[in-house]
Write a protein that binds this ligand. Structure first.
Ligand code: AMP
Ligand code: MG
Length: 322
């Protein structure tokens, strides 16, 4: 149990019917709770309540211009909040429940129901139907749409274990449901999609190739190439950062560097001795947490291949090193 100076307690509880009911009670009371998803641990709160959403921003010290992803139990709950074009519907049918967040226009109903803080005032909303059984049980039992960013202080390494949450948010969240280590270990793929086409806003476990194969067309040109259009305000250059300096693509570790290896390059730690990128993604944040806690002053990581989920791993590493 972690307690801050005001005596606010953070309890980690194993997932059972009792702790699930307690989490749901917190959510109905407009409070935030931390819980596992298939990507990383999330800090969830009722997306329709501005005070509940404010608790997320406050606990994480997250800038208010950075909108939240809203998690729903199924496609019909999503359709009440956002407009699903044919392409969006096809994506939802194929990839939900799963690690795909879709940015779609808000419907009038969605706009009336959601706290404006969730979308940071945008006319669009990011929606995801997660696969993790604990998150699904909480969504179904609470019958609430849940805003849920990663359960860590803004800008820091994401949590993939319950203890990571307590280490980062101890004293700032009352309850952490422990569902073990997260299977994917990297945040969801975020895609903006409407009738015209689609564009990946953040690479993740579902790759561009999979999406292109399903929709049968190519990604739209980069809207960020036009400096007047900011469609994904939260994609900060520095994010997911350890407290120590991180050096990427390192093949020559210095004496004061903790080396994170991959494949045959052993290192002090290794993301996947068999060069399996899915395994590396699942291990990435835990390895960064261990490196941060190690006796070495700095961190270095070997090159990670830029294919499949390796693209998302490299995206996170670039921001973590910024
Ligand atoms: P996370 O911090 O992992 O919860 O991811 C949230 C990210 O989703 C934000 O930082 C934004 O980049 C993106 N996002 C959420 N809502 C929107 C939206 N309406 N339009 C564009 N991007 C969004
Ligand atoms: Mg995050």
């Amino acid at each position: 149990m972690t307690m801050n100076k005001d005596g606010f307690k953070t309890q980690i509880k194993a997932c059972d019917t009792h702790s699930l009911a307690e989490a749901v009670a917190y959510l109905h009371a407009g409070r935030a709770v931390a819980l596992p998803t298939e990507t990383v641990y999330g800090l969830a709160a009722d997306a329709t309540s501005s005070s509940a959403v404010a608790e997320i921003y406050r606990a994480k010290n997250r800038p208010s211009f950075n909108p939240l992803i809203v998690h729903v139990a199924d496609q019909s709950a999503a359709a009440g909040i956002g407009y699903f074009s044919q392409k969006a519907e096809k994506l939802a049918q194929h990839f939900w429940p799963g690690p795909l967040s879709m940015v779609v226009p808000l419907t009038d109903q969605g706009k009336a129901a959601m706290s404006p803080a969730v979308t940071a005032g945008l006319e669009t909303i990011a929606l995801r139907c997660p696969a993790h059984p604990v998150m699904r049980a909480v969504l179904e039992q609470s019958a609430l749409p849940l805003a849920a960013p990663s359960a860590n202080m803004s800008g820091a390494i994401s949590p993939t274990e319950a203890q990571h949450v307590a280490d980062s948010l101890g004293g700032r969240v009352a309850l952490v449901l422990d569902g073990g280590a997260c299977q994917q270990g990297l945040e969801s793929t975020i895609i903006s999609v409407d009738d015209d086409g689609w564009r990946i806003l953040r690479p993740g476990p579902i790759t561009r190739e999979e999406i292109s194969a399903l929709l049968g067309d190519e990604e739209k040109p980069d809207p960020n190439a036009d400096p007047d259009t900011v469609i994904s305000p939260g994609q900060l250059a520095s994010h997911y950062a350890p407290s120590k300096t991180l050096r990427c693509n390192a093949l020559d570790p210095q004496a004061d560097e903790w080396l994170i290896g991959f494949g045959e390059i052993e290192g002090d730690d290794n993301l996947s001795p068999t060069s399996d990128l899915a395994e590396a993604a699942a291990n990435l944040y835990a390895a960064l947490h261990r490196a941060d806690a190690s006796s070495k002053a700095r961190i270095a990581i070997v090159p990670i291949p830029l294919t499949g989920i390796g693209i998302a791993i490299n995206d996170r590493l670039k921001r973590a090193a910024h």
